[in-house]
Design a protein around this ligand. Structure first.
Ligand code: HEM
Length: 511
């Protein structure tokens, strides 16, 4: 038998194909012993996809709660081939997010190198993230937020007018629509320096483009798996990635900001918005060179950082805040006694103020308790993630996490654990009295994340929500109508932020 006979023999072909399939299978399952070798349980992964298959049509809050119920406080999961340790153990959350933060500085990032996007704080890594975070942080102090609160109050006045119109015409509101228009109004004014009439109307490009970027159709299709299964995809596409990532919707916002920054460079006017505050903060940030203190960033870099943070302000701050206000409205409608108690506390506070304002909302314990409970019940970002940046071992080496691996804290599931929140399905602001809070491990609450990488916009979001809630609850009463669901449900799919379905409530003017 000659070499050609061997090559064309069916036996050779069968052996080759079987060997290739075996090698492929071995590769596609190569990491799957990682957790079982450490005695850590978890759902069974499938080749290539790990545990992600079907995730685009799952209901994430329900999916996460079910996983935690089944596998407990620490279990192994696979994003494609990448091991991802899921934790809801409050002590371990503290270790990873705070005590040993230096091992977990980054979030999952996908290696985006495109201009402006590469400076999105949410996705930045290591020292670069630290520099940007430190530069921008001074724009979010209470004093700076107070400077923006005048703009917020203007937006609340529009919100209240819109609610009055709907009270007269329909007697009910789709609260997600109404609060989305409000939070987008706040973002347009604070982060883009723009006053936009008719936000939310049919021809409103600002809202339309934002909605596309926030919830691209791909998030509800298997395409969403690609960057998880092949995380280097975007960086390896290099120049193509730019065309793929920066859609015309992104360009719309970048262009708006470019124009605003150009106008501002020739203006002496004061605007009291985020663009101005971020510009001041970033320009003041310094570094040491040869024993001299010099500015950290050039003018060109400052403009890119502002554009990046203003767009991330929209991505991270629009839907999160709108969803939380929507959920608050739903819970107030469903819990009239809580709504009345809140109303009374607002009326009492208003005795000392002419209008709802920054100083008024600083010390309103019951309002704070209601918001905390809404965010406990429905944390808009259902998962908090960290990428391991330095090999790590926990519990005397019992648990090993290697550089590059992921840790996920399923915040929604954590907030619904009986161990931390007895009777978790009960909406109960009393959980947040100082006495009740003191009894609970503080690391079991992750609505704004925790540690150095927690939400930089928390104070701003709270200001925006408190002013809106005070203004509308003192004027209107919310109540359930036929369309109001018993229990609020959220859309299926791997969505960045919880999307309430059918959050319709009745509304009437208080006498
Ligand atoms: C109710 C409203 C909001 C909620 C519930 C929320 C929640 C969160 C959460 C859970 C994280 C991840 C934290 C972690 O990994 O530990 C985060 C990060 C972040 N949020 Fe918010 N957020 C809200 C509003 C805002 C607003 C208004 C802004 C506007 C500036 C903002 C900007 C950011 C940024 C830039 C990050 C990334 C921080 C970093 O990587 O250093 N968020 N937010």
């Amino acid at each position: 038998m000659g070499p050609l006979d061997i090559l064309s023999s069916p036996v050779t072909w069968v052996v080759t194909i079987v060997s290739l399939l075996y090698i492929l299978y071995k590769y596609a399952t190569s990491t799957f012993d990682y957790f079982s070798d450490q005695g850590i349980r978890g759902p069974k992964p499938i080749p290539i996809f790990g545990n992600l298959w079907g995730i685009w049509k799952a209901n994430i809050p329900e999916y996460d709660v079910a996983l935690v119920k089944q596998y407990g406080k620490v279990f192994g999961y696979f994003d494609g081939l990448l091991p991802n340790l899921w934790i809801t153990d409050a002590d371990m959350i503290k270790a990873i997010c705070v005590k040993d933060f230096e091992h977990f500085v980054d979030r999952r990032s996908f290696g985006i190198q495109t201009k402006v996007m590469r400076k999105w704080m949410m996705l930045m890594k290591g020292q670069e993230w630290k520099d940007i975070r430190s530069s921008v942080t001074p724009a979010f102090t209470t004093g700076k937020i107070k400077r923006m609160s005048g703009l917020i109050r203007d937006c609340v006045s529009n919100l209240s007018d819109q609610m009055s119109r709907l009270t007269e015409s329909d007697g009910k509101i789709d609260s997600k629509l109404v609060f989305s228009a409000y939070t987008m109004d706040v973002i347009a004014r604070c982060a883009f320096g723009l006053k936009i009439d008719n936000l939310g109307s049919k021809d409103d490009q600002f809202m339309k483009n934002a909605a596309y970027i926030l919830n691209p159709p791909a998030n509800k299709s298997p395409i969403v798996l690609l960057p998880f299964v092949y995380p280097k995809l975007l960086s390896s596409l290099s120049t193509y990635a730019e065309r793929l990532l920066i859609t015309k919707e992104h360009r719309f916002f970048f262009k708006l900001l470019e124009d605003v920054l150009k106008d501002r460079s020739q203006s002496k006017e004061k605007f009291h918005d985020f663009i101005e505050l971020a510009d001041e903060a970033i320009s003041d940030f310094t570094k040491e060179v040869d024993g001299k203190t010099v500015p950290m960033w050039s003018r060109e870099e400052i403009d890119e950082i502002i554009m990046a943070q203003s767009t991330i302000f929209m991505l991270a701050g629009f839907d999160t805040t709108a969803t939380t206000l929507t959920n608050t409205c739903f819970q107030l409608a469903r819990n009239p006694e809580i709504q009345e108690k809140l109303y009374e506390s607002i009326v009492t506070k208003m005795e000392d103020y002419d209008e709802v304002c920054h100083d008024m909302v600083q010390d309103m314990p019951y309002l704070e308790m209601v918001i905390q409970e809404v965010l406990r019940y429905y944390p808009p970002l259902t998962r908090v993630e960290r990428e391991c940046t330095k090999d790590y071992s926990y519990d005397n080496g019992r648990i090993q996490i290697k550089e590059g691996q992921m840790v996920t804290i399923p915040a929604f599931a954590l907030h619904h654990m009986e161990e931390y929140y007895p009777d978790p399905e009960k909406f109960d602001p009393e959980r947040w009295t100082p006495e009740n809070k003191a009894k609970r491990n503080p690391y079991a609450y992750l609505a704004f994340g925790i540690g150095p990488r927690s939400c930089i916009g928390m104070r701003f979001a709270l200001e925006e929500m408190k002013i809106a809630i005070c203004a509308v609850v003192q004027k209107f009463r919310f109540f359930p109508v036929e369309e109001t669901p018993e229990k609020l449900r959220f859309e299926n799919g791997l969505l960045a932020v919880l999307q309430p379905v059918q959050a319709v409530v009745g509304i009437e003017l208080r006498q």
